[in-house]
Write a protein that binds this ligand. Sequence first.
Ligand code: HEM
Length: 466
Amino acid sequence: MIRVEVDQARCEGHGVCQSTAPEVFTLNDDGVAEVAMDPISEEITSRVLAAVRACPVAAITSYPVEVSPPGAGPSLTAASAGSPARPAGTVSTTDPSPISWSEEHGGYWVVTGYAECRAIAGARTGFSSVPTVHIPPSGLAERGVRIYALESDEPAHRHERAVLRGAVGPASVDALSGWIRTRAVDLLHVLDWSGPVDLASGFAYRLPLDVVSKVVGVPDGLAGELRLHTETLLAPATQEQAEAAADRIIEIATATITARRDHPVGDWLDELIASGGADGDVEDEAVRAVVALITGGHHSTSRALGSLIARIFSEAGLLDALLEDTSHIPAVAEETLRLHTPLPSFSRCATDDHVVGATTIRAGEQILLRYADANVDSRTYDHAEQFDVDRERHEHLAFGWGVHRCVGMHLARAELRIGIEELLRLAPDVRLVAPIHWNGPALPATVTVRSDIAFTAQRKICRHQP
Ligand code: HEM
């Protein structure tokens, strides 16, 4: 018996594995290979090993089943009589075990183990994202808005994800990358480099907002308020605040669609509007799609870019290494996403009974997948809390896993890479001039820097302007 893993970041969707061992490999709708069988039986082992050898980008790894790879975890099995059930009484959410029970919000399982999170998020059936993936429900769920793709199950999910891929899939991101670069340069140039500059508020929180507004086509004048509403939605002080933010986001999405009906630009949203909608209510579908991109694409990527900038200034020698060779930026970004997971958790509801590791989860029970904790699971990562770009690769779970894995990850990765490339190009002498302030583990409040070179460049530009 063997077990295989696909490095999804490396996979280029050649499909050789799928044609060699179709029982085991599938291509998901991102065109990336996934493993459908774990562990793999003797009969098909030889074909799987042929697929491992044939993969043109060496993205598949095989392990004898006796030697469990770090991160390959408990398989999910249907619960049977006699399997251990939920522990009696309350189990604290700080319990070091990978699955514990919390009595809050009506009771739910808290899954902090890497392997357990991956097994549940990667299961094709048996768990639901409807009606919401938030515990407690977000202001949008309270308003009856199910976020497009994120809060859908198959088969609707497949259609909705395909629509969003038209907006933020790899081809759209390639087409948008020139615009992202120009926007990054513009944002950096308008900062006042004559003194200390805060890259968190001036750059990290601006670029993703501008990019997502561009993808969605938010009318001028409305984009500016989105930052406030998306952040409020994520961490409201009161229920009223959450619902007010949700109402305003829905209004902005509706205004976006109304504007688009009058002035189509021939993009994914026009196509969705013209299609009439999968269930005949295109207005509702288009609003849910726009809301998904606005809420999914802004604060997540702002936090990631802010954390990445903060890390670059915090790790000894890292800034110099990147100035010397910017091709390392993506690897640094991935390690930052692992350690500063921007969106820490999403939930599911079990629709069948399951045994996960030593725990039985019953149909109808809620589960919180703590991706942030899974990303520092010491059973998977050596010296898990340390920043180590050269560590042995295990796909982090910052973008989730399985069919709901972030559809916007190509866009997010492009923003992180281009944002840092342009910062280092404009300000190669950039240096930190004050301590970094954090509002949370993935939420830098201020990253204050200076650059004489950026200041000189800015003065030259000003002199040439009429
Ligand atoms: C660093 C930035 C980002 C992070 C960390 C992130 C994180 C995630 C995670 C963890 C999920 C899975 C949710 C689950 O398991 O239920 C997800 C899904 C999703 N994300 Fe992102 N995201 C990022 C950027 C973006 C961007 C830029 C967009 C779009 C503009 C976006 C849109 C979505 C959507 C629509 C889904 C639902 C996909 C589906 O259910 O098929 N995200 N994201």
